[in-house]
Design a protein around this ligand. Sequence first.
Ligand code: ARG
Ligand code: ZN
Length: 862
Amino acid sequence: MTANTNTRNVKSRHDYQPPAFIISTVKLCFELDNTATKVTSVMQLQRRQAGAPLKLDGQHLQLLSVAVNGKQLSEHEYRLDDESLTLDTLPDSFELTVVTQLSPQTNTALEGLYLAGQTFCTQCEAEGFRRISYFLDRPDVLAEYFVTIIAPAEQYPFLLSNGNKLSEHIDSAGNRVVQWHDPFAKPCYLFALVAGDFDRLTERFVTQSGRDVSLELYVDKGAAAKGEFALQALKRAMRWDEQRFNLEYDLDIYMVVAVDFFNMGAMENKGLNIFNSKYVLADAGTATDKDYFNIESIIGHEYFHNWTGNRVTCRDWFQLSLKEGLTVFRDQEFSADMGSPTLCRIDAVKLIRTAQFAEDAGPMAHPIRPEQVLEMNNFYTVTVYDKGAEVIRMLQTLLGRNGFAAGLALYLQRHDGQAVTCDDFLQAMQDATAKDLSRFALWYSQSGTPELAVSQHYDAPSAQLTLNLSQHTPATTDQPIKQALMLPVQIELLFADGTKQQHLLVMQEASQQFLLPEIHTEPVVVWLEHFSAPVKLKADIDDRHLLFIAGNASDGVARWDAMQQFWSRKVAQAIAGNAVEDVLPEALVSMMASWLQQPEPDLALTAELLSLPDFDTLAEQYQQVPVDGILAALAGFKQLLAMRLREPLLQCYQRLPLSAYHYDQAAAAQRRLRSLCLHYLALSAVDATELLQQHYQSADNMTDTMAALAASQQAQPATFNLLIDDFAQRWQHDALVMDKCFALVASDPAEQVFDGIETMLRHPLFSWHNPNRVRALYSAFSMRNPQQFHRLDGKGYAALEQVVGKLDGINAQVAARLITPLLSWRRFDPVRQQLMQAALQRLANIPGLSNDVYEKVNRSLT
Ligand code: ARG
Ligand code: ZN
């Protein structure tokens, strides 16, 4: 069955036991110091299980003292090991005092309490609180927190924690002493502390019931102007959640802090979100349209967690999708309402078809509610998050928007203040709508990507359209047997006279036939409109019909998808040995030309319609990935299109007006289409250098600057080398922009990439301790540079192997994320397989390898 992780302590979902004790209140006192922070924890505990010992989690802590009801314990009255502190004989109700010491400065894992530059900050999800103090570090232990923070007043003007500030003063020793109280009982993973000096931006938000909330955003000194967009995005998110789901904020203060050292995107700590600065800071000169989009969506995401995650949390970590899938769905709906629903959906679909399908097809395959976990941090995955969001979206499709909203309202009201399961969520949905969701529940327990085969048959005499659907989910590495799932299949019928019909087919069985009566001419069927289920569609639609759908479907996502299907087929034909010129139909070229001449009202949709699928999307369609074939076909088609469409591309490029930078949907869409034209034009050779130079020089914003760099990198290496030097020079002091420079250098498709990376490693802003820097270089290299990563001499794999090995001792969580592209070695040709497998094997042999990397390497090699 699952991977052989027998030598380490794998946990199973079925082994859940309620806690033997609960902790009702915690008083924490932090005396901050870079290398010797003292933490005093005073907890009120109550026994829930007779006779059981109290086993508190703790890691990397120095225990100074333990007392029960004020009486100090001697060393033989407790048991201590690397992972826990155990007390055997205890009353039913008592006060426990634990004093520990820790060193934030040497905490390079960035879990628990650590230093981000000069700033003290915390990251406790999933199991980081155990690095702060001995505790029941599990999400079903909910306590009320009182926090005191003590630190030198001058150096630390801001001492922050969850909830409301009770008091602040400076003591006789010159220390600032601040007390916080969070009235909402919470699990320890939502605890947060921040201490440092910042620029602070403030705003007010009046909730729908008229309560006044103070909003505070903390950023590096001097960066205040770059926080304005995030702060306004927060207000939009707060208003949106009231309007869409009737959910109101519950504390008087909401704080967001941006730090440069952060393992993930951001964290929803109650009343005190901590963000990776890359998802807060933005201005026209330094942030791209994509950055702005991400900031709004992540600000929304963390805010939405206040209800879906904080007020109602997870009983255990196997239930993670309960909060993450739901909250990603909510942030996607928010982004769709703030901008273009079509573009948001296209981006979400791309992510599912690349990273998520790849996860299902690889050694880390797991259901959105995993069954077995060694290191929880390995399960903050695109499956739990994004497939989880697809599952919620399907629920909304099946129950209707109102039904879904009623179910969510019942869930939150029924479980407010509780730690619950995915089953509790489904139960509420079912109770609120009286729908039977028992088959739907399989989405939580079954891993893998369903394949949906469809066909149509039209009978003119009876005016009946028969639709045949059958589903099949191939076995995954974690689960051999699969069942039929409940699938909402949205379709549109396109008739020759221009009329259209929409239907929702709800599939519940392996094979099903749907009969549509009174259909008077045979329509073209648009299957799986808006990607209504996360499946691989197998439909035999001929080229002509695909182009018809691309031109005529009501849903922009379906139009884009038809083009993607079309290109997938063309790439397959090219790989099979056909010349690209021979497989490219004239009808397509003229259709693309007409889109350039008369773009859609949504210019970004036009850009998507004109874009070929990327390497990863195509790779997922093959059992064994034809690396060289895909790369050659993509290059060939792009080159051909660039030549054939040169005139309309140039005209479209020149016609798009240039105005001073502003981030909004229409302006971003315009830049997107203009960049796309530039990309193709760069490939058409004629005058490209001048055009690229000019695009770069005249840019008043980072989006256009990056477009010129990226386009020249793929087509005009000499120009790229000039521009990237200028860029690196210009932004050498800005870490977040240097990340873009690092990523560009690492995506260079030429062999010089290895020298480029070496050079960047010596850059003063590069640090192995900073996840943003490391990821900028190495995620770009391993995920956006298939040419060099998949080299047949193994140099690319070896580069990643070395980084993972090196990073494992510094920050195992980041190391384990970087390793992903190597895990799917079985999907490649024998030469590459052997090289990748050998690299994994060498990693497996590293003595003292972290659980994070061990779990993945081990599953992959087994
Ligand atoms: N809950 C956070 C979010 O979704 C992510 C925390 C990730 N933590 C981790 N250890 N991987 O926004
Ligand atoms: Zn989240």
